[in-house]
Design a protein around this ligand. Structure first.
Ligand code: GDP
Length: 300
């Protein structure tokens, strides 16, 4: 079991007991412990550097109240900074899903294979139907894995939302066009478009999803990313963020045992709010993202 940050700091804090302020020199050991704790939580190295600089700036000169140990004071600062970076400074409505457009509101899901896009399509559809009382249609533009289309059909049925059939011998753009026409004709409020994902980022896949985005002009383009991937999240997020005008992030598999450093990395790299999180394989394992809880989890 990894030590929590509080435990780590308690160990080094003895050295500065009795000092009234946090200073460059008395913080050294604690900052090192914070750095290790963040790395253990799978926060990417450049993101850790950035955070440490922010924390240092905030903490320098902080008077240590008599009621707190310097370690506790610093943990408080780290927690606040993490919460801010993960989304605590965003106004609440930034994490709200945007459906303010002429219906159907199109939601595009992009991400690597296995990230949880198809499952998320079902979860989000169910959530929109139950929480927002929307009429939802799903469609799969994944023509590379025939099983992907069947899988979306299955989750849509489980979610009790409608599914627009497609086949692997159609072109993604044609599928998108047909689904959109159908959605307009039948007065759907929301069209969720699931896209193909590869094991790694490749040019063709990125161009394809970019073409879909340009054609559909979605109100929401979500980057779906697995919280368990840790450090790798940075490169993937960067690649998707450069290619697509992302509007938000959906973090999946938050029920896993990772410390959740990916959340921090993805938020910093894309600059986009994390709006939802997947917390289980079942379709009801889906929640609004909670920055406070995620900061607490990263700190352990
Ligand atoms: P896709 O390739 O991006 O469409 O990914 P899938 O939707 O097929 O998901 C890949 C695997 O991750 C499946 O086994 C899902 O059941 C699982 N999965 C998706 N979201 C979650 C989640 O939030 N928690 C857990 N534990 N598993 C998930």
């Amino acid at each position: 079991m990894l030590d929590s940050l509080t435990q780590r700091l308690t160990k080094v804090v003895k050295t500065i007991r009795g000092q009234a302020r946090l200073t460059e020199s008395n913080m050294q050991d604690m900052l090192r412990e914070i750095r290790i704790a963040l790395l253990e939580a799978d926060v990417a190295i450049p993101v850790v550097k950035d955070l440490i600089a922010r924390i240092k700036e905030k903490a320098l000169g902080t008077e240590v109240q008599t009621s707190l140990t310097p370690g506790q004071a610093l943990v408080g600062i780290v927690h606040d900074e993490l919460t801010k970076v993960i989304g605590g400074e965003d106004p609440e409505n930034v994490r709200e899903i945007n459906l303010a457009t002429q219906p159907p509101a199109i939601i595009l899901l992009a991400g690597l294979q296995g990230a949880g896009k198809t499952t998320t399509a079902g979860k989000l559809g169910k959530w929109l139907k139950e929480e927002k009382k929307k009429k939802v249609l799903t469609v799969s533009a994944d023509v590379y894995r025939p099983a992907a289309i069947d899988q979306l059909q299955t989750v849509s049925q489980q979610a009790n939302i409608d599914f627009f059939p497609s086949t692997p011998n159609e072109k993604p753009l044609d599928i998108a066009r047909k689904a959109l026409e159908y959605a307009k004709l039948h007065y759907y409020d929301v069209l969720i478009v699931d896209t193909a994902g590869r094991l790694a980022i490749d040019e063709q896949m990125m161009n394809e999803v970019s073409d879909l985005e340009k054609f559909l002009n979605p109100i929401e383009t979500f980057f779906v990313v697995d919280a368990m991937v840790g450090q790798d999240a940075v490169n993937t997020a960067k690649a998707f963020g450069e290619k697509l005008p992302l509007t938000g992030v959906i973090l999946t598999k938050v029920d896993g045992d990772s410390r959740g450093g990916a959340a921090l990395s993805v938020r910093m790299v894309t600059g986009k709010p994390i709006k939802f999180m997947g917390v289980g394989e079942k379709l009801n394992g889906f929640q609004r993202f909670d920055p406070q809880a995620m900061a607490g989890r990263i700190l352990g």
